[in-house]
Design a protein around this ligand. Structure first.
Ligand SMILES: [Ca+2]
Ligand SMILES: [Ca+2]
Length: 166
């Protein structure tokens, strides 16, 4: 709805948009057209949902290549309120033939790094899905980043997905 429903040049009207409870989460482009002696358009994006309303578990399932001697990063934006749980819980799924190549750190919203999984070992194992608990001292909201460094040649793979509960 528009309040007021019509205006003369130089005045403003407030547009109120409501969506149904069953509206799918996502970003919707909105175009507003004002028509009079001339016509003007304005466009903006309406975001429906927070991705995780009220929840404290967030996932990024975008795949990222893991290459020898390279660092792969993947971020998750949390809108959870207050202080992060300590420990935070992580579930990491990686397709990689040598988990021992990988040194994995978590960076919290404040910029502090926490070691999650250290590289090293005498023989290679598939990574698969692994879970971790990481003691932190952080606020919960902001950008959490997984930082995966492959420290040895020969075995590569990709980050499939990761989930954090803050
Ligand atoms: Ca490697
Ligand atoms: Ca994936």
């Amino acid at each position: 709805s528009f309040n007021p429903a019509s205006v003369t040049s130089g005045n403003s009207s407030t547009l109120t948009l409501s969506v149904g409870a069953s509206t799918a989460q996502g970003t919707y482009p909105i175009t507003v057209t004002g028509t009079g002696s001339t016509t003007h358009n304005v466009t903006f994006n309406l975001t429906v949902g927070t991705g995780n309303p009220g929840g404290r578990t967030f996932t990024n399932d975008t795949n990222y290549q893991i290459r020898d001697y390279s660092t792969t990063t993947s971020s998750i934006t949390s809108n959870a309120t207050g202080t992060a749980a300590s420990p935070v819980k992580l579930s990491i799924t990686i397709s990689h033939t040598c988990a021992e190549d990988l040194n994995i750190r978590l960076r919290g919203p404040s910029g502090t790094y926490y070691l999650v999984d250290a590289y090293g070992g005498t023989s290679c194992t598939q990574y698969g899905t692994r879970t971790f608990t990481v003691p932190v001292s952080q606020q919960a909201a902001g950008t959490w980043t997984l930082d995966i460094r492959d420290v040895y040649f020969g075995d590569t793979g990709f980050l499939d997905s990761w989930t954090i509960t803050v």
